[in-house]
Structure formats: structure tokens, C-alpha cells
Design a protein around this ligand. Structure first.
Ligand code: TMP
Length: 207
């Protein structure tokens, strides 16, 4: 028997407005981390588990009270942490999640007015001490994010919101970044894709 302890993995999250372009960078981030011989678990919220993906379908398409939405986000998150995130981190993998709890603070609190002290309580309950080690916030002006929204499918409930909603959302994300400077990296995503990629690679190489 060996008593060599596995080093805990790292938890990286990607955030931004719908249309900010964050998901475009996932393949190159995975490729970059893989060059270091790391196991990478790429996942998303809401979702990441069978039940979480079922909740995602409800969350993205069914109208509901903002607090119901918050509770379902955290129900999906509990499942995600228990079945995917925590086991991966324990075995030393790097977890890359397309959105996590900062999205709840931005969308449900910032844009929809849910009290942040309620979200704080859920966060503590569901996550304990688990927080991302690094968060990349892809920041773009609202008009740009609207132009970049995918047109090859029907927009979901959040994507159909107006410019005012997205302005609140953007400000809420920037406030989260200011409040958590140690883990947040705000990326100016309003520039050519290859330029954004260089910035992303540089940040990822520091973790
Ligand atoms: P995605 O389109 O980036 O995959 O995200 C799905 C949508 O869910 C997106 O519009 C943001 C929203 N969302 C919330 O409102 N609260 C949350 O906690 C999360 C994780 C996502």
C-alpha cells in the first residue's frame, strides 16, 4: 500500500453574458491543459448530470418564479458537485465548468432581483467551502453580446430578455469580479477571437 496522497485538482469556471463567446474557448483551454498531462473534466451548468440536464431543460424553457429558478439551479448544482465536480477534484482532475454560482448571483440576483443573502445561504448549504480556483469572465458590451447570439436555434428564455436585463447582468458580473479579485480574471472579449485566445491561454497557464 502506498500512502502517496493524490494532489487535489483545480476548479475553473467560465462566465459571461449569453453571446459573450465564452464557450468558443473551451476546446482550446482543454487542449492547453492536456499538454500538461492533466485529466480534464469539461462540464456545464445548469446541467452536467442526467438529472441536471433535465432540470436545465425546465430552467431554460419554462416560465417560473425567480426564487423557484434559484432553487432549481442549486438542486442541479448539488447533484453536479456530488457526482461530477467533487469526485473529479479528489482524483486530481481539473474541472472546467461553463458557468457556476457566479451566474446565479448575476442572473437571479442582479438581473431578476432575488435577495443575495438567500443565495448566500444556499451557496453555503450546497457548496460548503467549495469555490472555483479561477473564474474567467468574458466581458462584452451588451449590444455586442446581442449581435453574437446564436441564430441557428430558437433563443431560450434568458436569451429572449431585453437590453435592460443584460445591462443589469453585465454590471452584476463586474461587481462579482471586483468583490472576488483573487480568482476572477475579466477578459475584454470585444476583440478578435485570436487575440482573446492569446489572453485566455496566458491566464490558464498561471493555474
Ligand atoms: P449557457 O447558455 O451559457 O449554457 O447558460 C444557460 C443559461 O442559464 C444562461 O442564460 C444563464 C442561465 N443561468 C442562470 O440564470 N443561473 C445560473 O446559476 C446558471 C448556472 C445559468
Amino acid at each position: 500500500m502506498t500512502n502517496k496522497k493524490t494532489k487535489r485538482g483545480k476548479f475553473i469556471t467560465l462566465e459571461g453574458l449569453d453571446g459573450a463567446g465564452k464557450s468558443t474557448h473551451i476546446p482550446s483551454i482543454i487542449a492547453l491543459l492536456k499538454t500538461r498531462g492533466l485529466e480534464i473534466v469539461s462540464t456545464r451548468e445548469p446541467g452536467g448530470t442526467r438529472l441536471g440536464e433535465q432540470l436545465r431543460a425546465l430552467l431554460l424553457h419554462d416560465a417560473m418564479h425567480p426564487e423557484t429558478e434559484t432553487l432549481l439551479m442549486f438542486a442541479a448544482r448539488r447533484e453536479h458537485i456530488a457526482n461530477v465536480i467533487e469526485p473529479a477534484l479528489k482524483r486530481g482532475a481539473y474541472v472546467l465548468s461553463d458557468r457556476f454560482t457566479d451566474a446565479t448571483y448575476a442572473y437571479q440576483c442582479g438581473a431578476k432581483g432575488v435577495a443575495s443573502n438567500k443565495v448566500k445561504q444556499l451557496e453555503k448549504w450546497v457548496q460548503g467551502d467549495l469555490q472555483p480556483d479561477m473564474t474567467l469572465l468574458f466581458d462584452v458590451p451588451v449590444e455586442i453580446s446581442r449581435k453574437r447570439l446564436s441564430t441557428d436555434r430558437e433563443p431560450d428564455k434568458f436569451e429572449r430578455e431585453g437590453a435592460k436585463f443584460f445591462e443589469k447582468l453585465r454590471q452584476a458580473y463586474l461587481t462579482r469580479a471586483k468583490e472576488n479579485p483573487a480568482r476572477f480574471h475579466v477578459i475584454d472579449a470585444n476583440q478578435a477571437l485570436d487575440k482573446v485566445k492569446v489572453i485566455v491561454d496566458k491566464i490558464i497557464s498561471t493555474i
